[in-house]
Design a protein around this ligand. Structure first.
Ligand code: PLP
Length: 457
């Protein structure tokens, strides 16, 4: 058995947690997570929790997959590590690059035949910044440096990742964004739609903010636009269907590169291998990480479309960029085994045609709860807004921290949901059965009821 107090004491004394109020954590003591199976995790007091967040949006295949452990162990015994700097490669890295190229649908001149590896989403987005600037340099347009991103986006925690991200509190810590990165509004209809405006009209209007920004910066200075297919960590903001076609029209009009950050949306999450398929646009670069290995081991990268790859390969010489772990053989072997599972179990198709629609129907019923302003899903992500009055959409005062109150009730009732302000979000493992979806929904209702009872006091 695990000695909870001992681990908590070691943790408080030595472990600086990411995105955590450290003093508050020291006072409470961290919950010690000790094991996991299927869609559940257990803590050191043997309390079981249904993990409606797949860890941090990554354990798409669920916990306890022996095949992934076997793939790692076999690769460690064969070749645990070798770099890819010395004109050397390794078997899993080459095979995985080919596999990813085969999975990405053909999108004409932008087809994805090449992969640049890293170990995380943040590093991958840093790679994107360097790669797009390099691309324009090679084409003799070095003034094209500016990358446009969106407010409230999350693209990672490195200097470039946090700069691309649009989180004000992240910018405030560290003097960000770095030069050459600017932001537009997010397509959040619930909050930003004008009275009487349809979601579709709003989608076109929100996409228009990109054109306004391009003209403000000067089209000849803009290198790329980066966005997630739907904003995940920003609170599961699902754009109206009209948004992406209009974005596509604008990036094409000005010839700027389009980066699709699919760290959350790829690998079945939206019912397709890649999120851009769901929304029908054509990116030039795709950021991936997280679910490529089911979260079992770190791996990330950028899928580089032909338009960019051709220039880098044919005109670029050496790209002075890379990581010790670019193409790590063990991580790539786990990714290959993970993609095998996803293919064999048809997880993207299952989300698209079966459990996704089932979840959507169940989730929509939450809108009858007196605390819920809107409850929506896309594939296997969902977000619901907690409001004081669903009819008028009146919000709660921020200092009530209603989202955190709700999250507390979730933990207490054996459910892991994330709170982003007053939006509660889920991204469960894609393997969930209908019965498990019912179980999750019953827990969500229970936690909403407890939160409602609290806020009415
Ligand atoms: N991009 C997106 C869209 C993400 O959601 C995240 C992490 O949540 C990242 C990038 C950063 O990835 P990582 O935490 O692996 O660096």
């Amino acid at each position: 058995a695990v000695d909870t107090q001992l681990i908590q004491a070691l943790d408080s004394a030595h472990f600086l947690h990411p995105f955590t109020d450290l003093k508050d954590l020291q006072a409470r003591g961290a919950r010690v997570i000790t094991r996991a199976q299927d869609i559940y995790v257990w803590d050191s007091e043997d309390r079981r929790m249904l993990d409606a967040m797949s860890g941090l949006w990554c354990v798409n295949v669920g916990y306890g997959r022996k095949e992934l452990a076997d793939a790692a162990s076999q690769q460690m015994m064969t070749l645990p590590y070798y770099n890819s700097f010395f004109q050397t490669t390794n078997v899993p890295a080459a095979k995985l690059a080919a596999k990813l190229a085969a999975l990405a649908p053909d999108v004409g001149e932008r087809s994805f035949k090449h992969v640049f590896y890293s170990s995380s989403g943040s590093e991958s987005n840093d790679s994107n910044v360097r790669m797009v600037r390099r691309y324009w340099d090679l084409l003799g347009q070095p003034q094209r440096k500016t990358i446009i991103s969106r407010m409230n986006a999350y693209h990672g925690s490195t200097m470039a990742g946090a700069s691309l991200g649009g989180m004000r509190d992240m910018h405030a810590q560290g003097d960000l964004p770095i030069p050459g990165i600017t932001h537009i509004g997010q397509p959040y209809f619930f909050e930003n739609g004008a009275p009487g405006e349809s979601a579709e009209d709003f989608g076109v209007r929100a996409a228009g903010w990109l054109e306004t920004k391009i003209l403000e910066v000067g089209a000849e200075k803009v290198a790329a636009f980066i966005a997630e297919p739907l904003q995940g960590a920003g609170g599961v903001i699902i754009p109206p269907a009209s948004y992406w076609p209009e974005i596509q029209r604008i990036v094409d009009k000005y010839g700027i590169l389009l980066i699709s950050d699919e760290v959350i949306c790829a690998f079945g999450r939206l019912g397709h291998w890649f999120g851009y398929e769901k929304f029908g646009y054509k990116p030039d670069l795709i950021t991936f990480a997280k679910a490529i290995t089911g979260g079992y081991i770190p791996l990330g990268g950028v899928m580089v479309g032909n338009r960019v790859a051709k220039v880098l390969i044919e005109q670029g010489g050496e790209f002075t960029h890379g990581y010790t772990y670019s193409g790590h053989p063990v991580a790539c072997a786990v990714a290959l085994a993970n993609l095998d599972i996803m293919e064999r179990e048809n997880l993207p198709g299952r989300v698209r045609d079966d459990v996704g629609p089932y979840l959507a129907r169940a989730f929509a019923q939450l809108e009858t709860h007196p605390l819920v302003g809107v409850a929506e899903t896309c594939g296997f992500v969902g977000g619901l807004v907690l409001v004081r009055n669903p009819q008028t959409r009146e919000k709660f005062k921020a200092d009530l921290n209603v989202g955190m109150v709700c999250r507390g009730h979730c933990f207490a009732n054996g459910l892991i949901m994330r709170a982003v302000g007053d939006r509660m979000i889920i991204a469960p493992p894609l393997t969930m059965t209908h019965a498990q979806i019912d179980e999750m929904l019953a827990l969500i209702v229970k936690c909403l009821d407890s939160t409602y009872a609290d806020v009415r006091k």
